[in-house]
Design a protein around this ligand. Sequence first.
Ligand code: AP5
Length: 226
Amino acid sequence: MRILLIGPPGAGKGTQAVRLASYLSIEHISTGDLFREHIDQGTELGQSARPHMRAGLLVPDEVTIGVIEERLARPDTERGFLLDGFPRNLAQAEALDGILADSQLPLDAVLVLEIPEARVVRRIAGRRLCRRDREHVFHVDHSPPEVAGACDVCGGELYQRDDDREATVRKRLEVYRSETAPVVEHYQAQGLVTAISALGHVQEVLDRALVAIGHGQVDTSGTSSC
Ligand code: AP5
């Protein structure tokens, strides 16, 4: 399957993307994670992305579209992919439409996570990520690690993203409203969008997402509270 996951910052895209991609055995591709990897590795691309990310702004399209084009050209995407955080404006959506049309690989679904802004501010304020593997995401209240400051999965150090300060989060929300909301309309016009509530337990949101893409429900044990 080829799926887009759209939603405001802190809606739980990364949390759900990891689970959906694993359940469907498809690649999880997050532009935010790709940029953070480049920043950690000190690449030129990372250096050009960093100031935009720290300011809560979009990284310029020529950089972002190039990154996604290169990533989608890799053979591991042949069995399917879930794009988390791309496209984020109409230019990116049109570029993606072109890439997928050229490869004759149409999208199957666009999932939109809906959540009130006050809730995302709380989710982001408590988020902690593992330095060794950014897919290991915790929340100080909703899904705390067993040992404070350490990843349950690999023992890596937990840290807070430098764009998770409240002023930057407000800017990211503003950018979502002005630039990304039109992307939802773009895919609504193609009949691909299903919007689901991002409120509730992680597993409840996952169940809604699976139903939305026609995969029914999975085991609801092991939930984390909201
Ligand atoms: P990116 O990394 O994509 O960030 P984002 O879209 O702002 O989203 P977040 O990662 O903040 O949140 P999320 O929805 O993944 O939530 P999560 O699952 O972590 O982008 C960062 C920056 O990179 C951008 O600002 C931009 O500069 C740049 N960028 C990226 N893509 C770009 C593009 N296409 N074009 C240009 N620039 C781009 O959950 C949040 C917290 O809530 C966690 O602590 C989690 O444990 C908790 N949580 C999750 N679900 C639940 C639940 N159901 N109940 C309780 N807690 C929950």
